[in-house]
Design a protein around this ligand. Structure first.
Ligand SMILES: [Zn+2]
Ligand SMILES: [Zn+2]
Length: 304
């Protein structure tokens, strides 16, 4: 089932899908950027420099910083016109070829996203809460895999890092996508924006192609703190095992929700019945105020 990693083979690998180096407006060299994540226990990182003329259209090559226990994805943040508010799109693409072509003059965000998707990339609508992406914008962008539902950098420079309101509206309209959290790291002193939000990708190996395939299938969940160890869906229940939590929420179409609150919850059972006609997404909240989020899981893809 798309977007549901918990019954997939392999293990979870922790990585950041969104960040910038000195090849665009970040403060760290590509090597130092990768080392920051490697030395803090991440399994992989993506340098997604701004693919803009000002920076000479970089696609940052981080392949030299891979080793047997740490890898990198090749990506970029793509920009093009075509948003309703007149601003440039911010589209985070992971899995781009190093020779991804520079945009044509006046190429729109929609056209660049289509090219990235065609090249096999995992395409994310970046930080919709920050730059005012509309539903019409998203509908015009046919080629995307995910919505960035939490952007750590923009939580810390304008309190607009949360993309769930936007994503829930899209899910309510029946659109099927996955949901990423990421740092948008620039590593400058003006705001905290590194090591604050990530994904756990379920993959059979740390191979970049395997990670990308899993991302495209939605075999991951997002977090800025707690881990989700397992989720089991039965014909009557959703059984969640997680790090100690003070609340576990399930949200579905419209106002549908179930929850349990408590003290150091590590196994929670929620009724599944109200979600079966649409989707459910789980949030785990820990005592520090940090969260883990599943993708929206469409239960009609499940044989209960
Ligand atoms: Zn951006
Ligand atoms: Zn960015």
């Amino acid at each position: 089932m798309r977007n549901f990693p918990f019954d997939q083979p392999g293990q979870f690998y922790k990585g950041n899908l969104h960040g910038h180096t000195t090849n665009s407006d970040g403060a760290l060299s590509p090597e130092a950027y990768c080392e920051l994540y490697r030395s803090n226990g991440y399994d992989f990182v993506a340098a997604t420099d701004h693919h803009m003329e000002t920076f000479r259209w970089p696609i940052t090559d981080t392949t030299g910083f891979r080793d047997e226990s740490f890898t990198t994805l090749i990506g970029a943040e793509l920009h093009g016109w075509g948003m309703e508010n007149g601003e440039l799109w911010h589209i985070v693409a992971n899995g781009l070829p190093l020779d991804f072509a520079d945009p044509q003059p006046n190429e729109t965000g929609q056209e660049i996203a289509a090219r990235a998707s065609e090249a096999g990339a995992f395409v994310i609508i970046g930080h919709p809460g920050w730059n005012g992406v509309t539903i019409n914008d998203a509908l015009s962008l046919k080629d995307f895999d995910a919505i960035e539902i939490y952007n750590y950098g923009h939580m810390n420079d304008c309190d607009r890092g949360n993309g769930w309101l936007f994503a829930d509206v899209m899910a309510n309209r029946g659109h099927r996508f996955s949901a990423t959290a990421g740092d948008d790291a620039h590593c400058k002193p003006d705001r905290p924006d590194s090591l604050g939000a990530w994904v756990h990708v379920r993959s059979e190996s740390l191979d970049p192609d395997s990670l990308l395939k899993a991302l495209k299938q939605g075999y991951f969940y997002s977090s800025n703190g707690p881990r989700i160890h397992s989720i089991e869906l039965t014909d009557s229940e959703i059984v969640i095992e997680c790090d100690p939590a003070i609340a576990v929420y399930a949200g579905g179409r419209g106002s549908i929700r179930e929850f349990t609150r408590g003290d150091a919850l590590t196994e929670v059972r929620l009724p599944i019945t109200r979600f079966t006609s649409s989707f459910v997404r789980i949030t785990v909240l820990d005592a520090h105020g940090n969260r883990a989020w599943t993708n929206p899981i469409w239960l009609d893809e499940l044989n209960l």
